[in-house]
Design a protein around this ligand. Structure first.
Ligand SMILES: Cc1cc2nc3c(=O)[nH]c(=O)nc-3n(C[C@H](O)[C@H](O)[C@H](O)COP(=O)(O)OP(=O)(O)OC[C@H]3O[C@@H](n4cnc5c(N)ncnc54)[C@H](O)[C@@H]3O)c2cc1C
Ligand code: FES
Length: 249
């Protein structure tokens, strides 16, 4: 696909909008693309990045990623008109709530992007959203205004430099009547959320991450375990989205 725009959102987070031919009909929130780095010679393994936003009419796809190594650094240097090769959409995305009612969305750091496409899809289905976004510090915060078009947004920073001080769980009242919780972010956050809602009837979904090789279920290099610790699940194939009873966090 062709680079339409690359925008720096924070010190190390970029939004890359690509345009052109893609299997837009198969995009659902939570699915990801496998990105070829350069021509694949120096970096034979593609890099998985979630679809942050998709517009099938404009034929554009937006990825939001943090620069952590060579692959994402290369991506951050792409400019308008460059070509980026993608495989996808891959994996299993978020499923719609099983019942009507209010929905809670919780994102942490670069776990926030896939929840944008989710919020967009849920609002189109008339769900009412509460959105909690957690970041380390003010300088790491991005897309909070973009999320505000979909629901009530609460921002938390660990050092209190913007929004509420502390972790996301500090501002989430478990007695609220949300039917469903969707979350993506660091594993510690996902685990804390599940513990926070222990005993509640809320249906929780988590999007997990693992280093990936094939991205299509062939190599078993990206597994997580079920709660009993005995059954492996491939994050690229059975996930990355799981209901939180399905996996060990
Ligand atoms: C399904 C899925 C969706 C993802 N979506 C996004 C997204 O939307 N935005 C985003 O910023 N990142 C996302 N990631 C993480 C992203 O794939 C990695 O950050 C990226 O592959 C790093 O590539 P690199 O070449 O820059 O770094 P590398 O040189 O490969 O690695 C640099 C450092 O990052 C660590 N690292 C690499 N991959 C991961 C990983 N998956 N989990 C934890 N640590 C890792 C390495 O151990 C190393 O320390 C996603 C991962 C998965 C599995
Ligand atoms: S990366 Fe190969 S099975 Fe998931």
């Amino acid at each position: 696909m062709l680079v339409k725009e690359s925008k720096q959102l924070t010190r190390d987070v970029f939004a890359l909008t690509l345009e052109g031919q893609f299997d837009y009909d198969k995009v659902t929130a939570g699915r990801f693309v496998h990105v070829l780095i350069e021509d694949g010679k120096a970096h034979p393994l593609r890099r998985p990045i979630s679809i942050a936003s998709c517009d099938s009419h404009a034929k554009t796809l937006t990825l939001v990623y943090r620069v952590v190594g060579d692959g994402t650094l290369w991506l951050s240097k792409r400019i308008r008109g460059d070509t980026v090769s993608l495989l996808g959409p891959l994996g299993k995305g978020f499923v719609a709530p099983h019942k009507p009612g209010k929905v809670l969305i919780v994102g942490g750091g670069v776990g926030v992007p896939p929840l944008f496409q989710l919020a967009k899809e849920l609002v189109q289905e008339n769900f009412e959203l509460d959105i909690v976004l957690g970041f380390r510090s003010q300088g790491d915060v991005f897309w909070t205004e973009e999320f505000a078009q979909f629901g009530r947004v609460t921002v938390c920073t660990e050092d209190g430099s913007l929004g509420e001080k502390g972790f996301v769980t500090a501002v989430i009242d478990v007695t609220n009547d949300w039917t469903t919780l969707y979350s993506c972010g660091p594993k510690a956050m996902l685990k804390a959320l599940r513990n926070h809602f222990a005993g509640s009837t809320i249906q929780g979904y988590v999007s997990l991450e693992e280093r990936m090789a094939c991205g299509v279920g062939a190599c078993w290099g990206c597994t997580c375990l079920d709660p009993s610790g005995s059954l492996a699940k491939r994050i690229c194939k059975e996930g990355p989205v799981f209901s939180w009873e399905e996996v060990s966090l």
